[in-house]
Design a protein. Structure first.
Length: 250
């Protein structure tokens, strides 16, 4: 867990270098943050390789299959490296995102986007809807965090907490366009784990709130500090006092 945390933090830190590609020099010389990053990556790879090996053994014994086992299939269509990348993608996509969203929910009943900024690269020259030219191999980033607080998207009350934004005139939930609310991205690159994430968060929130009361230990109006990483995580976690609810039978 610690190695994975270090690896994701240092990887995102590459974008913060004052001199682009400086990290490549550190990587070649195996010094500084790149040395620490490579050590953490090695630990993560060893952990993932053990998972893959155990699944292969279970397949041989014809035990119940999980998602990784299904990727393995009946033939060796994926290399060991590809399977490792799949497992790491599972961990990266689901480890911090769901917990970050739930942390913000329990803090203020809002779903701050777990991934506040996302970047895409272009396979060929293209033109954006507003007429902006984008060249092949260019990178473009969009800030989901900022988009959720833009007046020209959500109106003058964009910074107010209003759950009714998601309800129609009959009080029924309405789905906003994923291009307007791109927390799970949109189009062909829509997050594959969207439905699973919603199920997990709803289940956890409902179960926990049924049994416990939460008293958030933050000063009124104070915005907590966040960690600069691939996901929007609250520094030090969310300080709360938890009290068991008095359950009465009916």
């Amino acid at each position: 867990m610690q190695a994975f945390e270090i690896a994701t933090t240092l990887s995102s830190g590459r974008f913060m270098y004052a001199i682009p590609f400086l990290y490549r020099i550190e990587k070649i010389l195996n010094i500084g943050s790149e040395k620490k990053l490579q050590k953490s990556i090695k630990i993560v790879h060893e952990f993932v390789d053990k998972i893959i090996t155990s699944r292969m053994e279970e397949r041989a014994e014809k035990k119940d299959e999980d998602l990784l086992s299904r990727f393995m299939g009946d033939t060796n269509q994926f290399s060991a490296k590809c399977l490792r990348d799949i497992v790491i993608s599972f961990i990266l996509a689901g480890r911090d995102t769901t917990s970050s969203a739930l942390t913000c929910y329990f803090r203020s009943n809002e779903l701050y986007p777990p991934v506040p900024i996302d970047t895409r690269s272009f396979l060929k020259d293209d033109i954006l809807p507003d007429g902006t030219f984008i060249g092949k191999d260019w990178f473009m980033s969009y800030q989901t965090y900022s988009m959720g607080r833009m007046e020209n998207i959500w109106g003058k009350d964009c910074c107010e907490y209003k759950p009714e934004r998601w309800l129609d005139e009959n009080g029924v939930y309405k789905q906003e366009s994923p291009f307007k609310f791109p927390v799970f991205h949109a189009g062909p690159r829509m997050c594959l784990g969207k439905d699973m994430a919603y199920i997990q968060m709803k289940s956890i929130a409902a179960s926990v709130l049924e049994m416990f009361e939460f008293d958030v230990q933050l000063e009124k109006g104070k915005i907590p500090e966040y960690v600069l990483s691939l996901t929007l995580r609250m520094k030090g976690g969310l300080p709360v006092k938890v009290k068991e609810r008095c359950m009465t039978s009916t």
